[in-house]
Design a protein around this ligand. Sequence first.
Ligand code: SF4
Length: 693
Amino acid sequence: MQNTATPTHCPYCALQCGMNLTPVPDGGVEVTERADFPVNRGALCGKGRTAPAVLSSSVRLTSPLVRSGGTLVPATWDEALDRIAEELQRTRAEHGPDACGVFGGGGLTNEKAYTLGKFARVVLGTSQIDYNGRFCMSSAAAGGIKAFGLDRGLPFPLEDIPKTGCVILVGSNLAETMPPSLRFFTELKENGGTLIVVDPRRTKTADQADLHLMPRPGTDLALALGLLHLIVAEGRVDEAYVAERTAGWEDARAAAMAHWPEYVERITGVPVPQLREAVRMFCEPEAAMVLTARGPEQQSKGTDTVGAWINLCLATGRAGKPLSGYGCLTGQGNGQGGREHGQKADQLPGYRKLDDPAARRHVAEVWGVDPDSLPGPGRSAYELLDALGQDIKSLLLMGSNPVVSAPRAAHIEERIKSLDFLAVCDVVLSETAALADVVLPVTQWAEETGTTTNLEGRVLLRRQAITPPEGVRSDLEVMHELADRLGVEKGFPTDPEEVFEELRRASAGGVADYSGITYRRLAEENGVFWPCPTQDSDTHPGTPRLFLDRFATDDGRARFVPVSHRASAEEPDDEYPVLLTTGRVVAQYQSGAQTRRVDELNAAAPGPFVELHPRLAARLGAAEGDPVAVVSRRGRAVAPARITTGIRPDTVFMPFHWPGEGRANTLTNPALDPTSRMPEFKTCAVRVEAVKS
Ligand code: SF4
């Protein structure tokens, strides 16, 4: 490896900040500023800055582990791979291909996600594959497809945000989840624009807002409908735009008119004058945006909620125009690309549908298999995990830690334990890997090359900067070796660029067309936005801004979706009178499998807590730091109290990064959205109890 700086990207969130990695004399690597990447212009949060610590962590796995006599013990690569192949073969022979499950992750590169989907369908012949990105933004994806015919996190680059007139940010605490992005909103305000934040907590992001709306968790849908009602009542609908570029307005209008402001105030707790002020701020400027994140999306009505916010944009002519639109702030590092190339239960590469005969033919031809041999759509992530040990007997898991991150986690942990066989690829012994029969130690971001697609739809090249430690192999090598052992000798290359070349062909003509993107272009340009088809005459520039001429529907018109408020799957009652909402803190990332191994991050965020209002704390007799128990119908979690007036008195908040007694996902409700199959992480009914010492 070279000793000069290698330009690459952060391993964590969907911002995919640019950074340089420079080898240092002790064999490690140091992060230095990379100012040329426009998304972060050199700025990094603590997670990105400290990411190299995981590369050389003392708990880094460097040898395969195989369970023997109940204990995981070091083994050779051949022993470990042989064992996995034998178990998968046996499961298939005894129970059929669908008894083998595959579970991926939104952090896997495009090449890995593509290969994992191909491995499941071609080598194992199973339909049972999905990934943790289902938990992240699938409701926004479903809502975007219904309305626009296409789902891409943001339909415009982040650099457009400072130039618009108003942004409504719904359920995103980006000041903590992706701090460098806050700059775009600060510049928006410096330019005279306004920021409205919708969040039941007064977060660091809400502190920046010109207007902060604090709805009860689970009522964002009613809130959006109430705003649309006022837009109609105040004569602020862009009738010409609605007539020219949309369809379905009358039904959506009728649904919104049933949500009069006082009724919405009763549901959400947001006072009518604040609703009117939000409408004024959103409608007066020439251009405006709505951006959603996990708050409105992780609900059992997440798809409808996203649809309601999109309706708001369509009614006011704020979609498919410069500096206006609806976007979703995706969360995981490759949450966007991960769902485009085939690890989602219902999709083939290029965002093709698995139940579309033409899509099956195209991809089967690239893969050199009979289209009829490809299985159909499988179960969604939670449903797949819930079937473990039932009709799914063996699982191959890559880049995920569901023991911490899945809803109703204690139940899922039991399901995982009931498997006949579990194989996990990871860099450390995560809580899920610790339950495995075989653990394979794999390379990390700085030790391998691959592409990711950030929240803007910008495809990026992560470059290898250092040589991996002895004893680890890449996920691509793992799949190559397993395919070979399972009788498929060709079609699973270990070189990421070779995989990407095949992905280009597989995605050609699909919604997420990458065929015009090459490693060479990615190395020379600061990423390329999809769709980027191949052109005979010249190089396609990529598509930073979508829908400016037409939406991706058959007739080019966006679709209003008529939606109405409905209750969450669990509303408070006498036994469980409080609402729990969950989320992240700035110093930890997702299940914490990596960030909990970094001393600096642990010092900043050492463990879980329960955020609650002083009035609720007083009722319990709990002081700051006292242990409190949060109890739902699924279990009990205990963590220290953090008392603040920045949360609604009827709501408590817990971050979900930790296992054990304070595991927030012990409590969460796996009620699924009927379309996206996304669980309702963002709201469930609980009671809060003082813990006697
Ligand atoms: Fe990495 Fe996200 Fe932090 Fe940027 S904001 S440094 S991508 S974790």
